[in-house]
Write a protein that binds this ligand. Structure first.
Ligand code: GDP
Length: 445
């Protein structure tokens, strides 16, 4: 899978940081070294690697320490944000023309996946409620026109092409005529597929530039195969000089295990990746979201979202105090209650549990989780004396039935809570030692 090696390497790097109370200069250096190796192994361009590592180092050293996060999470957060940055920051959406049909022109080498992509994009636009027209201007490659027609038929989008048998045709006039056709037939988007060559070629560039001048596209998209590694960057530069483009489409993202090109192309060309193609099926296509791609690379499930929310919602002093208590092992039922109240601020328990990685197997349990459980637990704890909350071991049988009465619950509810508390405390101490989620209080049930 794409980025698999990078993900593995980065996870290993973060694991080394777990359980650290704070980051030393040596930790930061070691981490930076690991990240550098991980990126180079993933075939990310050297200048991009250098900038990336420098930025992470500077930020890790800097004063942006958050009490809600442990050092490992801090680094995950920084790396995530820097990944989003090199992937382009905000998602770059397609820009539609204000009047007349929006013209999208595709450029790229032969085999990049242009023709396939044209149909994918057409299907996607159709799903967005658009009425696209596909235009076959690849009159070079044998069967390119037919391939586009076949795919157009599959996605139910008409294809404008030169009449068969009408010589080789001139791509520039086909392109021009297609705009008139689109206006006549009320198409609001025109997708122009152009001819590629196996390598960068002056004639191809001139032809693409000719088509560009003739149709004045709203968006020129450079289509590139993510599997060709660093070659993608040289090609990208050549097309930038030869034709120019507004955005990049990465194809075959399903194939490459390294994906360095995907990580470098924005930095190297200054053009955002706008779409990604992830398979041979015409539905294997989507808008490229830098933030989603970054979290996929980090392979942290939605822990990142959780980190963000934790930072926002947690009372930092409180979290720090609780974290200290956890490691010390003198966590009480009062803390348990305080933590649950903090948790409530994070939103519903169910949505929080769903964000944790590896929760797939216990999905049913999650779905059935009863939010009112927190209120019940709260009632029980409130019926205990301060001494009992501090040390639940002292709660004997008769006290259990008094607490049950006082809270309107049964004795077995009280027993259950006390048992779960001890279990949670044990689990949290393990997590605290292993550097799991700090400030993530024990969850009942
Ligand atoms: P063009 O020469 O640029 O028009 O490239 P094509 O659209 O003909 O694609 C070249 C080959 O790559 C075809 O066999 C496609 O099926 C395949 N292809 C295109 N996009 C993808 C993709 O995202 N993933 C995979 N695995 N194959 C793709």
């Amino acid at each position: 899978l794409l980025f698999a090696t990078l993900s593995d390497r980065l996870s290993a790097t973060f694991k080394n940081l777990r359980g650290k109370g704070r980051l030393s200069e040596a930790d930061i250096d070691a981490t930076a070294r690991e990240i550098r190796i991980a990126l180079l192994e993933a075939d990310v361009a050297l200048p991009v690697v250098k900038d990336f590592v420098a930025a992470v180092k500077e930020r890790a050293r800097g004063e942006e320490v958050s009490q809600a996060l442990n050092p490992a999470q801090q680094v995950v957060k920084i790396v995530n944000e820097e990944l989003i940055e090199i992937l382009g920051g905000e998602t770059r959406r397609l820009r539609y023309a204000k009047t007349g049909p929006t013209v999208i022109m595709l450029a790229g080498l032969q085999g990049a996946g242009k023709t396939t992509l044209a149909a994918k994009l057409a299907l996607w636009l159709k799903d967005q409620g658009k009425a696209p027209l596909l235009v076959a201007c690849d009159l070079q490659r044998p069967n390119a026109v037919q391939q586009l027609q076949v795919n157009g038929e599959k996605v139910g989008v008409p294809v404008f092409a030169p009449e068969p048998g009408n010589g080789t045709g001139d791509p520039v006039s086909v392109a021009k005529a297609s705009i008139e056709e689109a206006k006549r037939k009320l198409h609001d988007v025109v997708i122009v597929d152009t001819a590629g060559r196996l390598g960068v070629d002056a004639e191809m560039m001139a032809q693409a530039a000719g088509i560009r001048d003739a149709v004045q596209p709203d968006e020129v998209l450079f289509v590139v195969d993510a599997m060709i590694g660093q070659d993608a960057l040289t090609t990208a530069q050549a097309f930038l000089d030869g034709v120019g483009y507004d955005g990049v489409v990465l194809t075959k993202l399903d194939g490459d295990a390294r994906g360095g090109a995907a990580l470098s192309i924005r930095q190297v060309t200054g053009r955002p990746v706008m779409f990604a193609s992830t398979g041979e099926k015409l539905t294997d296509f989507d808008v490229f979201h830098p933030d989603r791609m970054a979290s996929r690379i980090l392979d942290m499930g939605d822990v990142l979202t959780l980190i963000e929310q934790a930072e926002k919602a947690f009372d930092q002093e409180e979290a720090l105090r609780a974290a200290e208590k956890l490691t010390g092992g003198d966590f009480t039922l009062d803390d348990f209650l305080a933590q649950m109240q903090q948790l409530k601020k994070l939103g519903s328990m169910t949505s929080i549990l769903k964000m944790l990685p590896g929760m797939g197997q216990i999905r049913d349990q999650i779905e059935n989780f009863d939010e009112r459980e927190i209120d019940r637990v709260e009632a029980i704890i409130r019926s205990m004396t301060p001494a009992e909350r501090a040390n639940p071991k002292i709660i004997d049988g008769s006290r259990r039935s008094r607490i049950a009465k006082g809270s309107g619950r049964t004795v077995s509810d009280v027993n259950g809570l006390v048992d779960r508390f001890f279990e949670a405390r044990k689990m949290m101490m393990q997590m605290a030692r292993g550097g799991g989620m700090p400030g993530m209080p024990g969850m009942p049930g």
